[in-house]
Design a protein around this ligand. Structure first.
Ligand code: PMP
Length: 352
C-alpha cells in the first residue's frame, strides 16, 4: 500500500437494492410506491421553468418547510428537509451522535445505520431483536450515546405502538432519540405526537414511499426547534444548497394534495392485506407488516432460490444475505396487477 493510500478513509459502503431497467419488469425490491406522484406534481413538472435553474435554490428551503409545518401542525422552525431521508439521517448522525458511548440500534434494521456509524466514527452497538424479530425495548434502557430505530422496523415491517416509543423516550432523556418513520403512513401512529413532550425526539420521514417520489429525493425531520437549529448548523457547514429548485417546488405541491396521498396509501394497504392472505396460502410465514412490504420466509423453499427464479421472470424482490435473515424475501407491495404476476410466478415455481 502506498503511503498516501493509508490516509484514505476506508468504509464498506451501503448496498442499495438494484435498479434494473428491464421491459415489463415487476419491481418489488426497493419499496417504491407503484402509483404516480400526485396529479399536481405531474402538472407542475410539465410546466417547470428552466430559467429558475440559473439561480441557487433557497438555502433555508422555506417554502417546503412551511408546507410541511402547516400539514403536520408544527412551526416551520421545527422542520428540516434533506435529499431523501438518507441525507437527513446522515446529517442527524453527524449532528447528534458525538458521544464516546455507543449509540444503539437493532441488529436487524435499516442497514445504512452501521455504515453511517462507521463513516462518521460513531461507536455503536447493535442490539439483537428477539426470535420473532421484534425490538426488545428494555434492552435500550442503559447508558448510550443516542438511539435510532425505524418504526415500523425495516426490513421486518413490524410496527410498535406509540406507548412503546414513549417508553424508550422516557428511559432515554439525556440523548437524542431518532425515530425513522419511513413507512409510518402505511398504518402506524406517528411519534410526531410526542415531540412537544420530548425535546430530544427527532422524527424522520420521507417522500420516497407514501408520497411516490423516491426519484425526487426528499426527506424531512421534525422535532424541537433546538434540534432543528443544530441540524441546520451542520448542514450549512457542509453544503448550503442541498435541495434543488424542482424538489422544493414539487415537494410542496405533493404535500398540498392530502386527498390523493391518503387514497394512494389506502390502495397499498388494501393490496398488502390481500397479499398477506395470498402469501400465507403459498405457505409463507412473516411477521405482521404495517409497511409497504412483507418480509417472508418459507419452510420448504429457500428464499434465495425463489429470489433467483422470480428474477428469471423479470420479477424483482429483495434478498439479504445477512445473518439471521438470509432465508427471507422482502416483497414490496405493488399494484394488484403486479402482485397477481408475482402469485402466478409463485404458482409456477411451487407447481401449484
Ligand atoms: N429509512 C428506512 C428504514 C428505509 O428503508 C429507507 C429506504 N431505503 C430510508 C430510510 C431512506 O429513504 P429515502 O432516502 O429515499 O428517503
Amino acid at each position: 500500500m502506498k503511503a498516501w493510500e493509508s490516509n484514505i478513509r476506508k468504509v464498506v459502503p451501503y448496498v442499495p437494492g438494484e435498479q434494473p431497467n428491464v421491459k415489463d419488469m415487476v419491481k418489488l425490491n426497493t419499496n417504491e410506491n407503484p402509483y404516480p406522484p400526485a396529479p399536481g406534481v405531474q402538472k407542475l413538472s410539465s410546466e417547470l421553468d428552466v430559467d429558475c435553474l440559473r439561480l441557487y435554490p433557497a438555502p433555508d428551503c422555506k417554502s417546503l418547510c412551511n408546507e410541511l409545518a402547516s400539514y403536520y401542525n408544527v412551526k416551520p422552525e421545527q422542520v428540516f428537509v434533506g435529499v431523501g431521508s438518507d441525507d437527513v439521517i446522515s446529517m442527524a448522525f453527524l449532528t447528534f451522535f458525538n458521544s464516546e458511548k455507543p449509540i444503539l440500534f437493532p441488529d436487524i434494521t435499516y442497514s445504512f445505520y452501521n455504515v453511517w456509524g462507521d463513516v462518521y466514527r460513531v461507536p455503536y452497538e447493535e442490539i439483537p431483536v428477539d426470535d420473532n424479530l421484534k425490538i426488545i425495548k428494555e434492552d435500550y434502557y442503559k447508558e448510550n450515546g443516542g438511539i435510532i430505530f425505524p418504526n415500523p422496523n425495516a426490513p421486518t415491517g413490524i410496527l410498535e405502538p406509540l406507548e412503546f416509543v414513549e417508553d424508550i423516550l422516557k428511559n432515554n432523556q439525556d440523548v437524542v432519540v431518532i425515530v425513522d418513520e419511513a413507512y409510518i403512513d402505511f398504518g402506524g401512529e406517528s411519534a410526531l405526537k410526542l415531540i412537544e413532550s420530548y425535546e430530544n425526539l427527532l422524527v424522520v420521514q420521507t417522500f420516497s414511499k407514501s408520497r411516490s417520489m423516491a426519484g425526487m429525493r426528499i426527506g424531512f425531520a421534525i422535532g424541537n426547534e433546538r434540534l432543528i437549529k443544530a441540524l441546520n448548523d451542520v448542514k450549512f457547514s457542509i453544503n448550503s444548497y442541498t435541495m434543488n429548485q424542482y424538489a422544493l417546488k414539487v415537494g410542496a405541491e405533493a404535500v398540498r394534495d392530502r386527498e390523493y396521498f391518503e387514497s394512494t396509501v389506502q390502495k397499498i394497504i388494501k393490496t398488502r392485506e390481500e397479499a398477506k392472505i395470498k402469501l400465507r396460502e403459498f405457505g409463507f410465514e412473516f411477521p405482521d407488516s404495517m409497511s409497504n412490504f412483507i418480509f417472508a420466509t418459507h419452510k420448504k423453499y429457500k428464499a434465495k432460490d425463489i429470489f433467483e427464479y422470480l428474477k428469471t421472470k423479470n420479477i424483482f424482490v429483495r434478498y439479504f444475505s445477512a445473518d439471521r435473515i438470509n432465508n427471507y424475501l422482502r416483497i414490496t407491495i405493488g399494484t394488484d396487477e403486479e402482485m397477481n404476476k408475482l402469485y402466478e410466478a409463485l404458482e409456477e415455481y411451487m407447481g401449484i
